[in-house]
Unconditional design. Structure first.
Length: 356
């Protein structure tokens, strides 16, 4: 295995360590990367000399900024690559996430740095998630014409109150304290202590939970906890339009959260109107979903989205041309009808993602 490999597999005592080695791409994961990770996890699950698995990102900026949506964009729009990639990519990504969720040994993700989209998928759905003072976590999919996926139907709904709706619709970024508050992280550890922590966890017969508890620090108050009353007032509404109206009232009230409300309202207006309505429906109907149900629903939604306009336009505007001026179709919330949203939730016959 060379240092240039995009997935590095290593051992430290009884600890298996997987490093995503694409720092120049903020460790975004390709389909080939998923196909390297999956058999490694299978082998480690069956290897009695492995007592725990750690997943981390190379470089000093990111754990994992998500899945490689640029490749999906190129394939789906016919520019380059395998035209079947939009079908295969999400299916194999979600199957890997399910494997992580059911992994039979302690699975520990070090979410040190940027953690978004697919990076949240391979961490939040595992047993232990270590945040640091450098953690920046978000689900920004509505800004690229998609919706929060990789199990977000489940994990956003497990946030306090309506915080998950807020995060899913706006793509707002959270720090370590917020990650703990939302349940995205299980422990906060200082960045400079991570290597010592891994050394401790590699020792024979170590108790992983006791080890994590010894190294855990208090990251301070969670900003989202202070915002929660305002979030709950505004995001409890049953339509995106009603949420925007509630934010306008909150802003006009001139209270302590007025600036937040106005900034949130402005942010929502930059997102794909279709994505916003899909996301609110997704999180509403999936309130009590387990992971299998969440991934099955999300896969269906991805396949409809891949046949639409906004995903390709969002990726173009935000990641390819970077003009940050997506031309959404439809361009206004009022033009996104209930029947148009219904179509994204329609069954896809034999292409559904099902788990045995």
């Amino acid at each position: 295995m060379a240092d240039t490999d995009e997935i590095l597999l290593g051992r430290k005592g009884g600890l298996a360590i997987l490093t995503i080695n694409r720092p120049q791409a903020l460790n975004a994961l390709t389909l080939d990367n998923y196909r390297r990770i999956d058999p490694a996890l299978r082998d480690w699950a069956a290897d009695p000399s492995v007592h725990a698995v750690v997943v981390r990102g190379a470089g000093d900026r990111a754990f994992c900024a998500g899945g490689d949506v640029r490749a999906v964009y190129a394939a789906g729009s016919g520019i380059s690559g395998d035209p079947d990639l939009p079908v295969v990519f999400f299916r194999e990504e979600y199957e890997l996430i399910r494997r992580i969720h059911h992994f039979p040994k302690p699975y520990i993700a070090v979410i040190d740095g940027i953690t978004m989209g697919g990076g949240a998928g391979i961490s939040i759905n595992g047993a232990y998630r270590i945040a640091t003072e450098r953690t920046v976590l978000a689900m920004p999919e509505t800004g690229i014409g998609l919706f929060p996926d990789v199990g977000a139907t489940r994990f956003l709904n497990r946030c306090p109150g309506h915080v998950g709706r807020y995060l899913g619709l706006t793509g707002a970024r959270v720090n370590a304290a917020d990650a703990l508050y939302c349940g995205f992280a299980t422990h906060a550890v200082k960045h400079d202590s991570v290597e010592v922590l891994l050394d401790e966890m590699s020792r024979e017969h170590v108790a992983i939970e006791d080890c994590l508890r010894r190294f855990a620090v208090d990251p301070g108050p969670a900003p989202l906890a202070a915002l929660r009353p305002a979030i709950d007032r505004c995001f409890a509404r049953d339509s995106v339009e009603a949420i925007l109206d509630a934010l306008a009232v909150e802003s006009a009230g001139g209270g302590v959260n007025a600036e937040w409300a106005e900034e949130t309202r402005a942010s929502l207006r930059t997102k794909s109107p279709t994505s916003l309505k899909i996301t609110l429906r997704q999180l509403t109907i999936g309130r009590d979903y387990d992971l299998d149900a969440a991934l099955s629903l999300e896969y269906r939604l991805t396949q409809h989205a891949m046949a639409g306009h906004d995903f390709y336009e969002g990726v173009r505007a935000m990641l390819i041309d970077r003009d940050r001026k997506p031309q959404w179709r439809p361009a206004a919330l009022a033009e996104v009808t209930d029947s148009a949203v219904d179509a994204y939730f329609a069954p896809i016959s034999d292409r559904e993602l099902r788990f045995a």
